[in-house]
Design a protein around this ligand. Structure first.
Ligand code: 3H9
Length: 692
């Protein structure tokens, strides 16, 4: 064995030189890895005993891509292109041996090899689009030469990880080898190539597929049209498509030039910076400074859910999906039956769409037990209360749980508003109490706010994070404060949206600005969707807000055909003259002199106070990191990923600009805009949230 450098070594096995890379955690293409490939392949070429070369990786995966942490830093060592050229131009066959994932630059390296073998569990893909990028090492030019333009655009714009069997069918992988025997299988394959004198197949020279697609621009036009909604606002999908178009229409080297130019534009732009930030933020959010990874956890074999309404039902489904039995409790048989029927109906609908078999539906339903007796939760390891938002009711339930549920179990509340420290006073074991704030629909939304109360124990926190991962959520640990992190920040935006429509804007102006910013919908369209009458009752209505007036007029949102907007039979929204008049009357009554409000002011008024509130949350220690707040807003409230979350967006705009605007608004409109001490401090020190 010859060590090439600290991450690569070359072993000669008969006629085959095996170059092994070992750079944990994912063999990303850092400078040492590129050096190992470049120098290792060269050493194998120069060694007369070697007739074929296998490129293989140690650890859990083949190369998972470029080293994302290197972007934006000065390059060192051989470039990826140098290393790829060394492989592709080798006078001896080079075979990539793939396990785990060959992603991005990893697959691009494999595509410069003359052959590829993989174990059945391996996956290949070009997921750069999810980092706001495109494959910048020839991937957009080589992939369509194997799979054709249609499959290539799908793969690069979605970033799917394709299983080895499908890769074999597409021709991306030449041979599957036995699971667990990659090294032996790859060496046997290499010997076979040599014995059969197979050619040095260069993907760059395969032109049949791209030539067949030439003169068919409809492939791209149809794809763009079909995905317009999904790609809205993102630069990378369109740039990826343009690269595949170049592969179809231009010679290889010219296609590479297009790829290079567009890659450079993306990698230096703010969208990719934001998406890379989110990639790391999604991994950071699980790391808790004072709850280390080796904190003991509580085995969760059975879950109890109190309340079979929309929330309780959705929460239960998460556990059933993960194979964990659930006992769901209601106070009345009718409500219990209705809740269970809704869960079944949801599953049946998924089955109708072909995403679940009938067998799966039955298996999940078999894990669900309904009961009217709280006593049936005695054996649960985790109980989640999801009843009406009322402190007295919740305290009463927790008091009962304290007497019923076995010691050591977790007692969680799904409250989105109430003080969990106070709920915890109802039990003799406050260390067992935690908030698990699911977002509606709870079986769909990825976000879970794990709310740590004053006395919550570390094992309870660690278990909650672990179980969140198991049910496929992304969990952020937050502290107790009104609205926790997500809704507390939302309140800022809602307040400004309401003020703006009295001061001069219309709901559709505010919604358009926020939609154009990248939200799936604006606050008024959102209210119409949710129903304006949530928390409203005819008896208690005072008619003192626009929302109340709309409810009194039976304009309760989409479900009644009108709310802030008028809706046609297909639920398309139209600005409403009736609402316009109500708003004008309201403003007149309050003596407000309406003025023209610019789109920029709408955006700054809605978004900057959110950033400022995020800073207050950090100051108070209610979120661990600025990037955790970004995770909450991206996964719970539709903040556009390509803007990286509110805190990252603040950094992108420049905190000095945000602060100056907040001060200007404060001078004009008062203390709703009072800058947080942390924002002031960061600006004074020339720092960003990311530096915290
Ligand atoms: C690219 O290739 C561009 C080229 O086309 C052009 C170049 C010119 N770099 O996810 P995990 C870290 S763009 C640096 O928890 P898993 C990650 O942060 C790249 N670090 O493990 C984490 O660190 P920590 C295209 C990376 O088993 C640790 O590895 N490739 C990279 O759940 C473990 O990660 C991609 O987009 C990286 N490329 O999943 C693939 N990747 O422990 C990105 C990971 O400190 N990666 N880390 O928190 C993935 O999708 C997953 O990591 C993978 C493993 C599926 C591989």
């Amino acid at each position: 064995m010859t060590a090439i450098n600290e991450v690569g070594d070359l072993t000669i096995e008969g006629d085959v030189g095996v170059l092994t890379l070992n750079s944990p955690p994912v063999n990303a293409l850092s400078a040492p890895v590129r050096t190992a490939i470049n120098d290792g392949i060269k050493a194998a070429i120069d060694n007369p005993a070697v007739k074929a070369i296998v490129l293989i990786c140690d650890g859990k995966t083949f190369i998972a891509g470029a080293d994302i942490t290197e972007f934006g830093k000065a390059p060192s060592g051989p470039s990826l292109f140098d290393a790829q050229a060394m492989i592709e131009n080798a006078p001896k066959p080079v075979i990539a041996a793939i396990h785990g994932t060959a992603l991005g630059g990893g697959l691009e390296v494999a595509l410069t090899c003359h052959y590829r073998v993989a174990v059945p569990s391996a996956k290949c893909g070009l997921p750069e689009v999810n980092l706001g990028l495109l494959p910048g090492a020839g991937g957009t030019q080589r992939l369509p030469r194997i799979v054709g333009a249609q499959k290539a655009v799908e793969m690069v714009t979605v970033g799917t990880h394709v299983g080895a069997k499908a890769c074999k069918e597409m021709g991306l992988v030449d041979e599957l080898v036995e699971e667990g025997k990659l090294r032996e299988g790859a060496i046997a394959f290499a010997n076979k190539i040599v014995a059969e004198k197979r050619p040095l197949k260069k993907v760059r020279d395969l032109n049949d597929k791209v030539e067949a697609d030439r003169g068919h621009p409809e492939i791209f036009a149809n794809f763009r049209k079909a995905n317009a909604r999904k790609f809205r606002g993102f630069l990378a999908p369109e740039y990826n498509i343009q690269c595949i178009e170049a592969a179809v229409n231009l010679p290889f080297d010219d296609g590479i030039k297009v790829e290079q130019k567009l890659f450079r534009e993306l990698v230096t732009g703010t969208q990719s910076a934001a998406q890379r930030h989110v990639f790391f933020a999604e991994r950071q959010v699980w790391k808790l400074p004072d709850v280390p990874a080796d904190t003991p956890t509580i085995p969760v074999a059975r879950v109890g859910v109190i309340g079979a309404g929309t929330m309780g039902g959705g929460i239960s489904m998460n556990f059933l999906n993960a194979g964990i039995p659930v006992t769901i409790v209601e106070t009345k048989q009718e409500a219990l039956d209705r809740g269970i029927a809704t869960i079944r109906k949801n599953y049946e609908n998924t089955a109708k769409k072909g995403r679940l078999t009938q067998d799966d539906v039955e298996k999940r339903m078999a894990l669900l037990t309904g009961t009217l007796a709280l006593e049936d939760l005695a054996d649960s390891d985790l109980v989640i209360e999801a009843v009406f938002e009322n402190m007295e009711i919740k305290k009463d339930i927790f008091g009962k749980l304290d007497r019923i549920v076995k010691q050591g179990a977790i007692l969680a509340t799904n409250t989105s508003a109430l003080n969990i420290d106070e709920i915890a006073t109802a039990v003799k074991r406050p260390e067992a109490v935690i908030g698990l704030h699911f977002f509606s629909p709870a079986n769909v939304m990825r976000l879970l706010e794990v709310v740590r109360a004053d006395k919550t124990s570390k094992p309870v926190i660690a278990t909650s994070m672990q179980i969140a991962k198991k049910i496929g959520k992304i969990a952020a640990l937050v502290g107790v404060c009104p609205g926790f992190v997500g809704n507390r920040i939302l309140a800022q935006r809602q307040r400004e949206a309401q003020k703006l429509i009295l001061e001069g804007a219309m709901p559709w102006d505010v919604d358009r600005v926020l939609y154009d910013f990248g939200f799936p919908m604006g606050p008024f369209a959102m209210s119409d969707l949710a129903g304006l009458d949530i928390g409203w009752s005819k008896e208690k209505s005072t008619g003192s807000t626009i929302r109340e007036v709309l409810c009194e007029m039976d304009r309760r949102g989409q479900k009644t055909g009108s709310g802030f907007y008028d809706y046609d039979e297909n639920r398309n929204a139209k600005p409403s003259p009736v609402v316009e008049k109500i708003i004008l009357d309201f403003a007149a009554k309050q003596g407000i002199n309406r003025r023209t409000i610019s789109d920029q002011e709408i955006l700054e008024r809605c978004v900057y106070p959110m950033i400022n509130e995020g800073a207050k949350i950090l100051e108070e220690g209610k979120a661990i990191r600025a990037s955790d707040i970004d995770i909450v807003w991206i996964n719970g409230y539709g903040w556009p990923v390509y803007r990286g979350g509110p805190m990252f967006y603040g950094d992108t705009v420049g905190l000095d600009k945000v602060l100056a605007k907040m001060k200007e608004f404060q001078a004009q409109m008062g203390d709703d805009f009072k800058p947080s001490a942390l924002l002031e401090k960061l600006v004074a020190e020339g720092k960003k949230f990311q530096s915290l």
